[in-house]
Design a protein around this ligand. Sequence first.
Ligand code: ZN
Length: 198
Amino acid sequence: MKKAEDEKSLILPGERVASIEEFEGGKNTYLAPDGTIRSAAIGNKVLDLKRRIVKIDQKNSPMLPKVGDIVVGYIEMLFSSMISVRILIINDKESTAGFSAIASAKVGGRDRDRRGRVVFRTGDIIRGRVISLLNSTIHITIAEKEFGVLYALCFNCGGDTVRINDTIKCIECGAYEERKLTNDYGKETFRLIHKASR
Ligand SMILES: [Zn+2]
């Protein structure tokens, strides 16, 4: 009977456990960009009502990325100087926990190209390296040459794109746009990384 109860209340990674108005995130939790506290582990939710802290008593090894880890994901939200990336792969292993990471969109001191156009779009596949877990937020850098946009579909028609210098060009409609690209940009690169992670 005890076992059945435990399984019923099992919290999964990425699951909402509280809002920041209600509780402060404790062990094995992180703050999602939508202002909810989420679980970073598989386990049971423990509420400290006196100190107003929520934590997860872990059932398994931690799955939260560490500083230095390489992550691949897609841009879920764009802010004026930041991008939010939903993580799909951590160190070549698929991650279904639903973690989001934050990166500065100011690459090389600018976040727009010379014509004033944005360099990132929602849905772009990003590769970055975890640089900090400050305030339970996963911060990544995309500044180095192997980081940035790994692959993106055409902003105009959704077609496949190829790299031409620092721009991506659509093979369907010919539209092109400047981006901060990885040195191995391309659909095949992402396909291979994705395949190997599963
Ligand atoms: Zn196109």
